[in-house]
Ligand binder design. Structure first.
Ligand code: NAD
Ligand code: DAU
Length: 339
């Protein structure tokens, strides 16, 4: 099978490529990525030169780029997005361009060539839940996005649904909760906390720190996508959550501090995020019933393993913080293609 993976140089996309080659070593992957600040080819360096892996530098919004790639692949797995809520609050135009328009361009190509399409989305499209309830989001929850990021993702989900309904596109959607694990850009809570603590810096906690996320280890998410591609019903949406009981940001940070043997004086309360969603929780029973999905990675164990990964891969995140990681592409691809 030939997979066109968009956004494969980002956090989940690169973990997905690692996952896929481990479980389907003979498949072919084309990774189409624009290499925004969030794209990092160092995540995939072991695949450079592998005959069944190809990296294509390009923007999903360009039909000239996407049309021939979609035509020649079997399946599109669409991760590419602007993904950081705080950045969407500072400026949202790129969120609209990539998440909404970019998705439309890909959908149009998939419609043209009648290709299987899987769209990766988020639980944030459903809005927020109150604290201290058992309430969870599921596939029938109404859409109520509250940040420019989640509004743009909601727009993309609606477009996918419209293409399924109107054009009969063979598409599926997954709405996942907060992923954590290796290769996550250190602007997101868990890698930011770990990498700050590793250099003795404080960890910024927004507001009262009593916000709740549903943490899923990235490999569980990748396996869920595999199951959807294998067994998912065309036209369906699947919610993919983790194993955690409600856990606040403050508790997550305290756990990381404890793993690193550091001091809670490094917790720094800062101004809250505007429009901050209080709580997310996902009911993944449909994915369990229809696909056999269930998260296999315990939060506590894999938080510890994730901390260890960042400890053992200091040069990976130090090169991000210094900006050096962006030179990797030039050195390894432009020079090679000129020779
Ligand atoms: P990320 O920001 O780490 O990576 C995004 C990737 O997309 C980068 O490699 C970037 O270069 C690429 N990209 C951005 N704009 C592009 C464009 N116009 N054309 C081609 N490539 C482009 O994101 P992530 O955390 O890996 O998230 C991947 C997907 O999963 C996103 O769609 C996101 O909404 C969704 N998601 C993320 C989480 C999470 O916790 N991180 C949870 C649920 C869903
Ligand atoms: O729920 C899925 C979503 O999870 C994905 O769709 C997004 O792409 C992904 O970025 C993530 O969004 P969040 O906003 O939940 O993730 P973030 O890591 O930015 O923040 C997690 C929580 O921690 C949130 O309540 C805000 C808080 N936070 C975050 C940062 C960066 C802090 O308290 N301090 C921080 O410095």
């Amino acid at each position: 099978m030939k997979l066109l993976v968009t956004g494969g140089a980002g956090f989940i996309g690169s973990n997905f490529i690692h996952y896929w080659f481990k479980h389907h070593p003979n498949d072919e992957i084309w990774n189409l990525d624009k290499l925004t600040y969030a794209g990092n080819l160092e995540n995939l360096k072991e695949f450079t030169g592998r005959p069944n892996y190809k990296f294509i530098l390009g923007d999903i919004i360009s039909a000239d780029v996407t049309m021939p790639l979609v035509r020649d692949c079997d399946v599109v797995v669409h991760f590419a997005a602007e993904s950081h809520v705080d950045r969407s609050i500072m400026g949202d135009i790129d969120f609209i361009k990539t998440n909404v328009l970019g998705t439309q361009v890909l959908l149009n190509a998939a419609k043209e060539y009648d290709k299987r399409f899987h769209h990766i989305s988020t639980d944030e499209v459903f809005g927020q839940l109150p604290l201290n309830t058992k309430e969870k989001f599921n596939e029938s929850s109404p859409y109520n996005p509250r940040s420019p990021y989640s509004a743009a993702k909601a727009g993309s989900d609606h477009l996918v649904r419209a293409y399924i309904h109107t054009h009969g596109l063979a598409a599926t959607i997954s709405n996942a909760s907060n992923n954590f694990g290796p290769y996550q850009f250190p602007e997101k809570l868990i890698p930011l906390a770990i990498t700050n603590l590793l250099v003795g810096k404080s960890v910024p906690v927004y507001g009262d720190g009593l916000y709740v996320r549903d943490w899923v280890y990235v490999e569980d998410h990748c396996r869920a996508i595999d199951l959807i591609l294998e067994k998912g019903e065309i036209g369906q949406t699947y919610c993919i959550g983790g194993m955690t009981k409600d856990i606040s940001n403050l508790e997550v940070i305290r756990k990381i501090i404890k793993i690193l043997g550091q001091d809670e004086s490094l917790i720094e309360y800062v101004k809250d995020r505007p429009g901050h969603d209080r709580r997310y929780a996902l009911d993944w029973s449909k994915a369990k019933k229809e696909l056999g999905y269930q998260p296999e990675h315990d939060f506590e164990d894999y938080l510890e393993k994730t901390v260890l990964w960042y400890q053992q891969n200091q040069s990976w995140w130090q090169r991000i913080k210094s900006g050096e990681y962006q030179q990797y592409y030039q050195k390894n691809y432009e020079l090679r293609s000129r020779n």
